[in-house]
Design a protein around this ligand. Structure first.
Ligand code: SF4
Length: 257
C-alpha cells in the first residue's frame, strides 16, 4: 500500500477594516503564486520526489473565493505526514496567514509561509522583524525567495518531519527556463469570475526606481519564460477548457527582444 503525504496550498486573503476576511463567491483575479506553487507541486508528485511508494495528495485553495477552516484542514491531513504551505503572502495578508497557521500548529500540522512579506523583510530590513521571529517560535517554517528547484527539498524535509525554521534563497533567484509551468485545476479556476487563470511571464527588472520593492525581492536580472513554455501553458489550459488568462510580469517592456 502506498503511503500518503498531504500537501495543502493556501493563498490567504486579508482582513477589512472591521476585521472580516475579504472574500467573494467568485473572485476577480486568480493567484499567480498559487498557480506557480501548484505547478511545482504537481511536478514533485509526478517525479515522486518522496519515493516511489509515497503519493503526494495536493489541494489548492484561494481564500479570496473559498472559506478556509483550519480545523477542517487539520482533519483533512489527519495524523499522517503533511504540510500546509501559505503561499504568496503579502504584508497585508500576513496577519491572516498567521491566524490560519496558529490553530494548525496547535493541532500539530507542519506549516510554512512564503511570499513577498517574508522575502521583502529579509531582503530589505537590517534584522528579522518581530512577527517573523514569532512565527518561527511557533514552529512555522519561513520561505524567502522563489521555489523553482527548491520546493522538493521543503517537501522532503516536511516528509521527514525536519522542516527548517528558515529557507532563505534570496541570494540565488532561479532561471525560469524550462521550469515546471504554473497551472491551476479547472475546479479552482471556476471560482474566479469569468473562469480566468494566470501565469507570470517574467520576473525581475533591470531598472532602479527608488520606490520599487520588486527589484529588492525578484532581483534586477530579467528572467522570463520562453515562448515555447508560454505556448505549453496555454495549450495545457485549453485542454482543461480554460481559455482566459491574467498574465503578470514585473515589467512587460523591459526586454529588448
Ligand atoms: S519593476 Fe517597474 S517600478 Fe520596479 S524598477 Fe522596474 S520599471 Fe521601476
Amino acid at each position: 500500500m502506498r503511503k500518503r503525504f498531504s500537501l495543502v496550498l493556501i493563498k490567504p486573503s486579508h482582513y477589512d477594516d472591521d476585521g472580516y476576511v475579504i472574500q467573494w463567491l467568485r473572485s476577480a483575479i486568480p493567484s499567480n503564486t498559487l498557480a506557480v506553487l501548484y505547478g511545482l507541486a504537481l511536478d514533485c508528485k509526478e517525479r515522486r520526489v518522496l519515493g516511489d511508494d509515497v503519493e503526494i495528495v495536493i489541494s489548492a485553495f484561494d481564500e479570496c473565493n473559498t472559506h478556509i477552516r483550519p480545523e477542517r484542514i487539520a482533519r483533512q491531513i489527519g495524523s499522517g505526514p503533511g504540510l500546509v504551505a501559505l503561499v504568496g503572502v503579502q504584508s497585508n495578508q500576513y496577519p491572516r496567514a498567521m491566524d490560519i497557521a496558529r490553530p494548525l500548529r496547535a493541532a500539530g500540522v507542519q506549516v510554512c509561509i512564503g511570499g513577498f512579506h517574508v522575502s521583502g523583510c529579509l531582503s530589505m530590513l537590517p534584522e528579522v522583524p518581530a512577527e517573523l521571529k514569532q512565527a518561527m517560535d511557533l514552529g512555522i517554517s519561513l520561505f524567502a525567495g522563489e521555489a523553482e528547484g527548491r520546493f522538493e527539498q521543503v517537501l522532503r524535509d516536511a516528509w521527514q518531519g525536519t522542516l527548517k525554521p528558515l529557507y532563505n534563497y534570496m541570494a540565488d533567484l532561479p532561471s525560469l527556463d524550462g521550469v515546471p509551468m504554473p497551472i491551476l485545476p479547472a475546479t479552482r479556476i471556476k471560482r474566479t469570475g469569468g473562469k480566468i487563470t494566470t501565469f507570470d511571464a517574467g520576473r525581475g527588472c533591470p531598472f532602479q526606481c527608488s520606490f520599487c520593492t520588486i527589484i529588492n525581492v525578484q532581483g534586477r536580472k530579467s528572467r522570463r519564460r520562453s515562448a515555447d513554455d508560454v505556448e505549453q501553458i496555454i495549450r495545457r489550459n485549453l485542454a482543461q477548457g480554460i481559455n482566459r488568462f491574467f498574465i503578470t510580469d514585473d515589467n512587460f517592456a523591459r526586454n529588448k527582444d
